[in-house]
Design a protein around this ligand. Structure first.
Ligand code: PHB
Length: 360
């Protein structure tokens, strides 16, 4: 068998990916205040269509799911209309694009919520830190714990968003269950103190994610649905008493669905213990029965080594894709890489967004 590397095609559900580079989901805050994708977003994604798969920036499923300024949504027709030229542009350039479905949960602020309401969460546990609002940084508030009777409406919002993503022409969706946002906050026991059927044992904490996946797979079919987890990421004040036990069980439960892929970000590996007792997240690959995508700080050499060793099937690149629209071609030619500009990561105009140079 020839060695698998970044340029070995992969069958992903019904899609043939030309290479194993994935553009990781990246929040860039360049949508309209109404969550409608803008023209510069069309160009940004078009430029990056050389990835085997593009995953959009996190995209809000409902007004209550918004936690940052100028992030896109997919809960209404205007937003679908803004995404349609994005998917058309990526397809015209020969690429594939999944929409990442996002509800921020407690990582929001009343000023970003409909009617100035409190953000919602599994439990009334305030995260340390500050929300990015239209009025600048403001301390996070204690969120309102969702009532058990409210959860079906949350699941329904994911189903509607999934239908909207289909209408917008995406090739699939990724359910964002990472980084301290709503579904991850249910998974980890630092943020989930519930005593109903959605708290306690891991299978209960995972219930909302499973119900969301049922709903989304009902729209798309499991082969076009991915899921993202972040077992060790302390970002957004997240922790778990037993990340290895929790996420081993979650991945075991996910095996019920023949999903397109499992996407695990290794973020937090470099700060062992901050999110709970450390473990090697690659152990999750041994439990998972499908396509496995890894992420966090990979370069070409490390990515190829991981693929050759069977530690991953796909590698998602964040900051490298941000700064190198033609990253696949640069890797292919061993060409030098552009330097990312952190000052333009979050918000602004075309500068630092669509003006990173291509190879000559
Ligand atoms: C962010 O806006 O900082 C952000 C959004 C989504 C993530 C992680 C970070 O998953």
């Amino acid at each position: 068998m020839p060695t698998i590397d970044l340029f070995t095609p992969l069958q992903l559900g019904p899609h043939v990916l030309h290479n194993r580079l994935v553009m990781a989901p990246l929040t860039r805050n360049r949508a309209g205040r109404d969550g409608v994708p803008t023209g510069m977003m069309v160009e940004y994604y078009r430029q990056r269509a050389g990835a085997g798969l593009v995953i959009t920036e996190a995209t809000c499923i409902a007004p209550e799911g918004v936690g940052y300024p100028l992030t896109p949504g997919i809960w209404n027709g205007a937003q679908v209309g803004g995404w349609a030229p994005v998917t058309q542009a990526v397809h015209a350039a020969g690429g594939r694009i999944f929409c990442q479905l996002w509800h921020v949960g407690r990582i929001s602020h009343p000023s970003l919520q409909p009617g100035g309401a409190l953000p919602v969460a599994p439990s009334a546990v305030r995260p340390e830190g500050e929300a990015m609002t239209y009025e600048g940084l403001q301390p996070y508030v204690t969120p309102r714990a969702l009532e058990t009777a409210e959860l079906p409406a949350v699941v329904e919002a994911y189903r509607v968003a999934a239908k909207n993503a289909l209408a917008a022409g995406f090739d699939g969706v990724e359910v964002h269950a990472a980084n301290g946002y709503l579904l991850d906050a249910f998974l980890r026991d630092g943020s989930n103190r519930r005593s109903d059927a959605y708290g306690g044992a891991v299978k209960h904490r995972a219930r909302l994610l499973m119900e969301v996946l049922e709903a989304v797979c009902g729209v798309w079919g499991a082969a076009r649905v991915g899921v993202r987890l972040s077992p060790l990421n302390p970002f957004n004040d997240m922790r778990d008493s037993d990340p290895e036990g929790t996420f081993s069980r979650v991945v075991g439960l996910l095996n019920r669905y023949a999903l397109a892929y499992l996407h695990v970000t290794e973020m937090g590996r470099d700060a062992p213990g901050a999110a709970g007792p450390a473990f090697d997240p690659r152990k999750l690959k041994a439990i998972w029965k499908g396509v496995y995508m890894t992420n966090h700080g990979y370069d070409k050499a490390r990515a190829n080594a991981a693929l050759a060793a069977g530690e991953a099937d796909l590698v998602a690149f964040g900051v490298l894709y941000l700064a190198n629209p033609d990253l696949a071609e640069r890797f292919r030619r061993d060409a030098p890489l552009n330097t990312p500009d952190p000052a333009t990561f979050y918000g602004g105009d075309e500068r630092g967004y669509t003006d990173y140079p291509f190879l000559a």
